[in-house]
Design a protein. Sequence first.
Length: 91
Amino acid sequence: MKLKWTSKALSDLARLYEFLAEENKQAAAHVVQALTAAPNILLSNPRIGEQLFEFEPREVRRIIVSQYEMRYEIQESTIYVLRLWHTREER
C-alpha cells in the first residue's frame, strides 16, 4: 500500500495550522506532526477506520486522531487522505 494526500487534505492541514498558530505556534506544529504521522498506521491496517457507507461504492473510511477526524479512501493499493478537521467543527 502507498499513501497519498489530496490537495483538499493538505489545505485542511494548512488551515488547521494557521488557526492554531494564532495562539501557540509550537502546539500548532505538534498537532500537524501528529496528523501527518497518523495515517502511517493505515499502511499496515488500511481498514482499521470506520467505513462510511454513504459513499458507496467508494470505500471511504474515517479515523479519529486526538480531536480530529480524518477521512480516507482505499483504491486498490493506494490510500488517499481526503479531508481532516477538528471534531468540534460543524461539517
